[in-house]
Design a protein around this ligand. Sequence first.
Ligand code: ADP
Length: 261
Amino acid sequence: MNKAEITIYKIGGAIIDNVADLTKFLHLLAHASGPKILVHGGGKGASTMMRELGLTPQLINGRRVTDAAALDIVVMFYAGKTNKQVVAELQQLGVNALGLSGADGNVIQGVKRPVKDIDYGFVGDLTPTGINAPLLQQLLAAGITPVLCPIIHDGHGQLLNTNADTIASAVAVALATSFNVTLHYCFEKNGVLRDVHDDQSVIPQITSATYAELKQQGIIADGMLPKLENAFSALNQGVGKVIISHALRIETDLHTVLCLN
Ligand code: ADP
């Protein structure tokens, strides 16, 4: 029997930070066919709020260190303001969205990242069994669109800040036994670019082999590296298709498709 289709969309920080673009993206999402789950990232709002409160956001190698004060703020921002704003706009568009942190319905449980060289604080790592796929399936069957924010829990009462690309990949993998899953990373560029400053230089297809070359040549760098690691990890675990595109061009052919070979 053919499996039903589902698309896991992930939107990144730059789209979350731009109110007009976020609204445009949500319009496109509301009109995109088939069942879907939306995972959203954080954006700069939490750092801005921290500064307003006299706190200094800490980054090591571009990664946020989430101390207790930072955790309070990212929970308020990601699981609160951003998640609820997205849900309210989807409701306005006729999509019955339900906003969830990982603690809600125990939808995503993980572990606090062990301290090796660097202590990232209250940051969560996902475990293979951490995604509550049956709950997501029940929600989808009821016609509900889950909207997941990047805050999870550890099962012992601790909330944890977690990378949204990793959540999207893990949710895609967890649903791949029951669905034919497309994982669609949406951000502020037209796809993976040969020249990061030229939005016309989209690489239409990347295989595991070309990924290794592009990485070695320095063409893929920064935030795109963990995104592609997550993408190939999903493909290796049964996800049918991974697309990387502009958040405002989700229904066009201008994008990068990833494949194993
Ligand atoms: P998001 O918040 O949307 O998940 P990230 O900042 O984590 O985005 O990763 C996307 C960023 O990766 C882009 O904004 C871009 O600066 C960077 N990047 C590095 N190499 C590339 C590339 N070859 N093509 C596109 N983006 C790239």
